[in-house]
Design a protein around this ligand. Structure first.
Ligand code: ASP
Ligand code: MG
Length: 362
């Protein structure tokens, strides 16, 4: 079994989706047992959020955004599905968009966009892209099946950033994804709580979906298809001679991702890590490039430094004073206060003189 995941830019245009269908077809004919996780088309999640905010302000100006969504999906369908079989999928997409419009109308009445409402709103993005691509694959003669991940992934009710119940999710995944001849097309990012209410796994959460599915199926590999040649030694926009890292350990990848190398969503490494499943980062737009493979242990590298990454908009705060020297409990007071106010600390240092404590926050 293998799990592939295609991000927003990979499913963002007619050309990229053509590329994606070819990659899937090639992989599946090489070895059976394929589950594919899709993001929403690039920019769609943000557009949905914007539409929700307009509606929550009591306006109906979101209709232009809805038209854009319709145009983008219809353009793909019209380009990639033969004319005689377009009507079924056009009607399906239109139906979803009508539901979405009704839902937004509802938001204009109540003028609130709670995290719970927002999760349902955002779920349209992945449902639209995945249904559309499953249909395109079927039209190419492949036995593709659409799966709404709300039937697979069970979470708690922390809307916007739900925590996964792995036991229940694993059972669901194993029960539904069993036929090696079928190409399972799964919506990334979305899940459901115990009452069946829609939740999401946090922005960028489709990687996490792929990792969960891969872990449950004990997949041979999880391939994350994106728009860069794997993880780089540095941000190529800032460092000209940055290059792709062929192999990296889970821990190194986690550190690099935390510090701004946005190729993979950090929590998504954990389920794969626990089962020791390699994750390969590949480029949809340069599919022959070997990318980066993330595994438990990697052989000695040619360079002692794996990569350098950075985060912007961080404040470094220095607390200092003679009164702190040798006094117990100063750090407890400081960090206790930060915790009480839900301020996450990124880095902490204290000089051994105890004269100052330095910490970094967003
Ligand atoms: N569509 C979601 C987002 O933009 C999830 C994802 O792409 O991974 O955050
Ligand atoms: Mg994404």
């Amino acid at each position: 079994m293998k799990v592939l995941k295609f991000g927003g830019t990979s499913v963002g245009t007619v050309q990229s989706i053509t590329e994606v269908t070819e990659i899937i077809q090639k992989k599946h004919s090489k070895s059976k047992g394929t589950a594919v996780v899709f993001s929403a088309m690039s920019g769609v999640t943000n557009k949905l959020l914007e539409a929700g905010q307009i509606a929550a302000a009591g306006n109906t100006g979101y209709t232009t955004l809805l038209n854009t969504l319709e145009d983008r999906h219809f353009e793909v369908i019209k380009a990639l599905v033969p004319v005689k079989s377009q009507s079924a999928i056009l009607a399906r997409v239109k139906g979803e968009l009508n539901d979405l419009e009704d839902f937004l109308k509802g938001i204009t009445y109540i003028r609130e966009l709670s995290p719970r409402t927002c999760d349902f709103l955002l779920s349209f993005g992945e449902r639209l892209s995945t249904q559309m691509i499953a249909y395109i694959l079927k039209e190419r003669g492949l036995s593709a099946q659409y799966i709404d991940a709300r039937t697979l992934i069970r979470t708690n009710s922390r809307y916007g950033f739900a925590e996964v119940n792995s036991t229940v999710s694993h059972e669901n995944i194993i029960a539904q994804i069993a036929d090696p001849d079928t190409i399972y097309c799964i919506t990334g990012f979305i899940a459901a709580d115990e009452d069946g209410i829609t939740t999401t796994l946090g922005r960028g959460g489709s990687d996490y979906t792929a990792s969960l599915v891969g872990a449950a199926l004990n997949a041979d590999v999880i391939e994350i298809w994106t728009d860069v040649n794997g993880m780089m030694t540095a941000d190529p926009r800032k460092v000209k001679n940055a290059f792709s890292i062929p192999e990296i350990s889970y821990t190194e990848a986690m550190e690099l991702s935390h510090f701004g190398a946005k190729v993979i969503y950090p929590p998504s490494l954990i389920p794969a890590f626990q089962r020791n499943i390699p994750i390969r980062i590949l480029n949809t737009f340069e599919s022959s490039h070997p990318g980066t493979v993330i595994t438990k242990t990697v052989p000695q590298k040619a360079y002692s430094i794996t990569g350098i990454s950075s985060i912007d908009d961080i404040a470094l705060i220095n607390l200092q004073g003679n009164g702190m020297i040798g006094v117990a409990g100063v750090s407890a007071k400081l960090f206790g206060l930060l915790a009480e106010n839900r301020i996450s600390v990124i880095l902490i240092t204290q000089a051994s003189s105890e004269h100052s404590i330095c910490f970094a926050v967003e």
